[in-house]
Design a binder for this molecule. Sequence first.
Ligand SMILES: [Zn+2]
Length: 192
Amino acid sequence: MASKRAKRKELLELAREIGGDEAVEVVKALEKKKETTDEELAEITGIRINNVRKILYALYDLGVADFRRIRDKETGWYYYYWFLETKRLDEIIRSRKLKELEKLRKMLEEEKSTTYYWCGTPGHPRLTFDEAMEYEFQCPICGGILMEYDNSEIIADLKRRIEELERELGIRKKPKKKGSSKSSKKSALAAA
Ligand SMILES: [Zn+2]
């Protein structure tokens, strides 16, 4: 279980991912007010009410915000009081990280199994063998000769990011333990 501070940091990161600085401001305002309406949030943060609502719905969809609906007896109007709901935060963040990990592993597989060709000019495209054949091994932008592209740095970078995520998720095998089989998540977690 993450510490309160770590949890808050992850919540703010999550907010940034879904709605940038404005979402971070909305979450901070919700933290302070505990429970409040979209209108009040717009007032406090200076963010347009439509954006505040969009952010609130996005947080709700993720499962980190919820609301109470209260009817004003005199006017008959409904008011929505929003609040943060962080009980499932760990689980939500974990599943997002697992998805990211899956994506990175696929990218790594692709980099490892594909030979790319490139003219050597940064910003010009990398082509697969078939694509390079089509262009007769000339860059479609500058006409330069296409050579094999050394993607070892990309591969190393992907591996680093994968390792980091695996460590964060607690599914990374302990280093130095050679010849470890594809051990179960449970034993890795128990060892952590
Ligand atoms: Zn080129």
